[in-house]
Design a protein around this ligand. Structure first.
Ligand code: UD1
Ligand code: PEP
Length: 424
């Protein structure tokens, strides 16, 4: 397993182009299964989760290539709707295959998905939604078999605006008979991107970005050429890193409108931010100011996927900040590691009380999940001395070579590649 080695204390500066969004590309790749024809998807980042999704598509008979940032998928030879447990368990997003495979083959066999250990992450809303569309669902241990001759449009009401369940319902409903209305839908930008992709293939979906999505089923979908939106969480990570190192960084290929809640928090912390079109500039020369209360909630509120990174910034702030995590119960695993670097953070249930310290100090820390890992990289870049971040494979799920991204901005960060030992 690789490590990242960081010599901290240098302000980041320069310009960086933000890669495509993991959380948009993954459901879009799954949705490509709905097409009769070849699909070209651009701005697809080179990430572990994307590789796993392409491996699953290949395993069920599709042809899939990833050249640079362009993915081509030909689903005409897809023959199987059974996903092996080993592949299902490699990431949470394998669950996105359920809706499209059911719509296309009338049957799907999957297993409980894997993913980062950040909380319970049930899939009951996905299953209940498919049942409402007429699917018969059988659960045998971790194996789940869903079947339906043709799904039938209906009204689905989500108790919680789950991103994945909203996306799975949209993908299942596009080929259903009649109209489906999803009430209480998630409103994330990635859902709007999925709507755009489905409509480019010939679907009739509207309402994404609001809490009611209406899908009029069509008989078939065709191939298309589509470009994925920039990754707002990668943008946010870079912005926080610029602020934590008191740097001056310009982001290109970003979407300021997707980052409003983060911009508010950073401005309250005293960070200067300017934006125009798809460019943002983040400048900070002073110690950040504490932010009294941040609450993670579904979009457009503050995203859970930026909670850990912002906690690193506030660990260096002047004063006491409070962060409440309402989405995942296990998303404070970075706290112990930040404390090992000198942070003063106390957790009480889902509240973190962060008493800012003037400096963090480099040491060896472990990335326990994707965004916890990103937070530790930011801490390492801002800290005095040398930080080693272990278990980098978690970070590789969501950042395309994070060390190169920060090297471009002057960060002193390198990867130690560890080849597995061969025992004779
Ligand atoms: C690939 C992708 O897009 N991942 C994102 C997606 O994950 P994901 O789609 O898994 O997140 P959800 O919005 O579904 O989950 C939010 C909450 O709902 C609960 N829940 C969800 C589904 C369900 O059937 N039952 C249930 O109880 C979850 O346990 C969690 O507590 O949204 C999360 C919340 O913004 C982000 O952190 C992830 O980065
Ligand atoms: C939790 C995340 O992703 P996933 O849903 O793919 O595990 C994330 O991107 O921070």
């Amino acid at each position: 397993m690789d490590n990242l080695v960081i010599e901290g204390g240098q302000p980041l500066s320069g310009t960086i182009r933000i890669h495509g969004a993991k959380n948009a590309a993954l459901p879009i790749l799954a949705a490509s299964l709905l097409a009769e024809g070849k699909v070209t998807i651009r701005n697809v980042p080179r990430l572990l989760d994307i590789e796993v999704m392409l491996d699953i598509l290949r395993d069920i008979g599709c042809k899939a290539r990833h050249d640079g940032t362009v993915v081509t998928v030909d689903t005409s030879l897809a023959t199987s709707s059974h996903i092996p447990e080993t592949l299902m368990r490699k990431m949470r997003s394998s669950v996105f295959l359920m809706g499209p495979l059911l719509a296309r083959f009338g049957e799907v066999q999957i297993y409980q998905p894997g993913g980062c250990a950040i909380g319970e992450r049930k899939i009951d809303l996905h299953l209940r939604g498919l049942e409402a569309l007429g699917a018969h669902i059988e659960e045998k241990g971790s194996r789940i078999i869903c079947s339906a001759r043709r799904l039938k449009g209906t009204e689905i009401s989500l108790d919680f605006p789950s991103v994945g369940a909203t996306e799975n319902m949209m993908m299942a409903a596009v080929l259903a008979n009649g109209r489906t209305t999803i009430v209480g839908a998630a409103r994330e930008p990635e859902i709007q991107d999925l709507q755009q992709f489905l409509n480019t293939m010939g679907a009739r979906v509207r309402g994404a970005g609001t809490d009611t999505i209406v899908i009029d089923g069509v008989e078939s979908l065709g191939g298309c050429d589509f470009e994925v939106i920039p990754d707002r969480i990668v943008s946010g990570t870079v912005m926080v890193a610029a602020a934590a190192t008191r740097g001056d960084v310009t982001l290109e290929n970003t979407q300021p409108a997707h980052l409003t809640s983060l911009v508010h928090v950073l401005r309250r912390a005293g960070v200067q931010i300017e934006s125009a079109n798809d460019i943002m500039r983040v400048v900070s020369s002073k110690r950040p100011i504490a932010v009294d209360r941040i609450v993670t909630s579904p979009y457009p509120a503050f995203p859970t996927d930026l909670q850990a990174q912002v906690m690193t910034l506030l660990a260096l702030a002047d004063g006491v900040s409070v962060i409440k995590e309402t989405i995942f119960e296990g998303r404070f695993k970075h706290v112990d590691e930040l404390c090992r670097m000198g942070a003063d953070i106390r957790v009480d249930l889902n509240n973190a009380f962060i008493r800012g310290v003037p400096e963090l100090y480099g040491t060896t820390v472990e990335a326990t999940d994707l965004r916890a890992g990103a937070a530790l990289v930011i801490a390492g870049l801002a800290a005095q001395g040398r930080t080693v971040v272990e278990h980098v494979h978690h970070i590789d799920r969501g950042y395309d070579r994070i060390e190169e991204m920060f090297q471009q901005l002057g960060g002193n960060i390198t990867r130690e590649v560890h080849k597995s030992k061969v025992y004779s």
